[in-house]
Design a protein around this ligand. Sequence first.
Ligand code: KIV
Ligand code: ZN
Length: 385
Amino acid sequence: MLHDPNHLYIFDTTLRDGEQVPGCQLTTPEKIEIAKDLERLGVDVIEAGFPVSSPGDFQSVVELSKAVNDVIICALTRANKNDIDVAAEALKYAKRPRIHTGIGSSDMHIKYKFNSTREEILQRAVDAVKHAKSYVEDVEFYAEDAGRADLAYLAQMVEAVIAAGATVVNIPDTNGYCLPDQYGAKIQYLKEHVSNIDQAIISAHCHNDLGLATANSIAAIQNGARQVECTINGIGERAGNTSLEEVAMILKVHSQSFPNISSNINSKMFTYISGKVSSMMNMPVQPNKAIVGKNAFAHSSGIHQDGFLKHRENYEIIRPEDVGLDEAGIILTARSGRHALKHHLERLGYDLDKETLSDTYERFLVLADAKKDLNDEDLLSLVSN
Ligand code: KIV
Ligand code: ZN
């Protein structure tokens, strides 16, 4: 598959790895609402669910496939025919379907999860990819627990699944085990030892058991990964997954260290989407969470306040407005003018020309008359129509 080597593909798994967390379950309409926001945010791939896991998950993938047009909709499977058949059925309305299939790659998983051998697992991996490929062009393979897998075997597996048709190879650090230099070296090793690696995108999927998910994902990008799998607020199994907003802001703040790498993410939506995911999924954001925590831009000690007031950049490496925080305190009502509307749309990353702004303003007035408290979601619905 031809892909842009300078584009960092953002694969969001909030609705799959994130939604798996106890207490985070969403209804299908709620998932559609979040998926539409993810689409506006600029993600490239939405992992919509694991269709074989329950009728509800199946239905969500069907409905998301119908509702979302501009991004790839991905469904997870294990490496067996039935899972893949069910995923393909759930994806049948997707404009850009992807099947994400895979199997354990560490000796630990091979022995104690599958009671199998490296040879058998390799064959199952290849068969799964071939079967998925009979349904869709876009097949992603995950080598579960790659973080602890033997490198030579991992390389053999990756080479075999690419030869079988995988277009993306996911190297999950399933247990959040690796150190950043180890994970980066793993990606580098695959680049050097897998003969057909240029035919696929390498994807990083990191868990946060040691608090290293974001650091590991960044190390992967530095070593050639061009897709990162992440979630809003870093929600996910156990200690969570890589946080989407952290990766995006690291790339922005350190853009000189990542020349030529860009994503389509509109960081100005972070505050809004973080709050939405947190409240819908009943998962509070810790106050000191990077980028979206309540205290992420609060300066409390005297020394810091003094320095900040002398020059913001003494203590601020990110401008709050770049993540959609509104410091101006301008309230929107039916009495607000175009300028106030423009201010809020710009805060959310929308810079409209004069004519579009006028048209949006007319619709805004109708909405503001009907609804007292306009929120960011209302504004986004105005610009999406
Ligand atoms: O963490 C993991 O290994 C996963 C795979 C199923 C992709 O979530
Ligand atoms: Zn995972």
